[in-house]
Design a protein around this ligand. Structure first.
Ligand SMILES: Nc1ncnc2c1ncn2[C@@H]1O[C@H](COP(=O)(O)OP(=O)(O)OP(=O)(O)O)[C@@H](O)[C@H]1O
Length: 229
């Protein structure tokens, strides 16, 4: 589903590569943790999958396609196949829970009927039944992240990328969010989650790819993470 073939990334204004010779493959339907200390390259990995950055060397393939050769006018359609969740939720403050999730369908021109059918079902999946009329400031952090996840998956992307999705949440709330991500993965979505939270990684027992200074230093099928080296 996602393949990195000897990928290096050097940002223009730095000399040290953010990613340095990464070769790895993530299967369709897998749940994969990307771990490592701050600055190890996790977010860069995610940005390359999204074609927000271009590799300086090597190639990134998503669903068999080399992302470097996707024409600019095709990039929006390419990104529609990928849901993204961030640490800071990034909800629209002036829209309700329903409105935030519906907006992701509206921008694709989906019908009102489709939106009315789909949004409640997705809110149910993330555990937000009954909260559809609330505004983001009326929700806990965990609930806001559930809205962000609902918005990311409402158009049924093949891949969900989560960059430190539990970074602003307490341990119990973080585990609730992990159960939501796990459910989405069970429904067939390939999930890649960047984190430095060893507690979560050790609880979930999924594949762990560990980065250190832009290189893969460990890749375990049902790994644990002791924390940053
Ligand atoms: N836009 C940029 N321009 C220049 N250098 C960058 C840019 N983005 C990241 N870097 C550098 O690339 C390296 C990897 O950063 P990256 O954000 O991918 O790491 P990370 O593992 O996601 O860290 P964090 O957990 O702190 O988000 C770091 O040295 C960082 O300073």
């Amino acid at each position: 589903m996602i393949r990195f073939d000897n990928v290096a990334k050097v940002y223009d204004d730095t000399s040290r590569p953010a990613l340095d010779g990464i070769t790895t493959e993530i299967d369709r339907g897998a749940f994969t943790f990307l771990v490592g200390a701050s600055g190890s390259g996790k977010s860069t990995f995610i940005r390359l999958v999204l074609k927000e950055e271009a590799p300086s060397r090597g190639a990134v393939y998503v669903a068999g396609q080399n992302v470097s050769v996707i024409a600019p006018w095709r990039v929006p359609r390419f990104r529609r196949g990928i849901g993204v969740v961030f640490q800071d939720f990034r909800l629209l403050p002036g829209k309700t829970v329903f409105g935030n999730v519906a907006f992701a369908m509206q921008v694709l021109g989906r019908s009102r009927t489709a939106i009315k059918q789909t949004v409640p079902a997705v809110l149910e999946t993330v555990g937000l039944r009954g909260k559809d009329g609330r505004y983001p400031h009326e929700l806990s952090g965990g609930e806001q992240q559930r809205v962000a996840i609902a918005r990311a998956v409402v158009n049924r992307p093949a891949i969900l990328l989560a960059d430190e999705p539990t970074g602003n949440l307490d341990p119990a709330t973080s585990m609730d969010i992990m159960r939501v991500l796990d459910r989405i993965n069970q429904n067939g979505t390939t999930v890649v989650m960047a984190t430095h939270d060893g507690l979560i990684v050790n609880e979930m027992r999924r594949r762990v790819i560990e980065l250190d200074h832009g290189a893969i230093v460990r890749d375990d099928a049902a790994g644990i993470y002791e924390g940053a080296r």
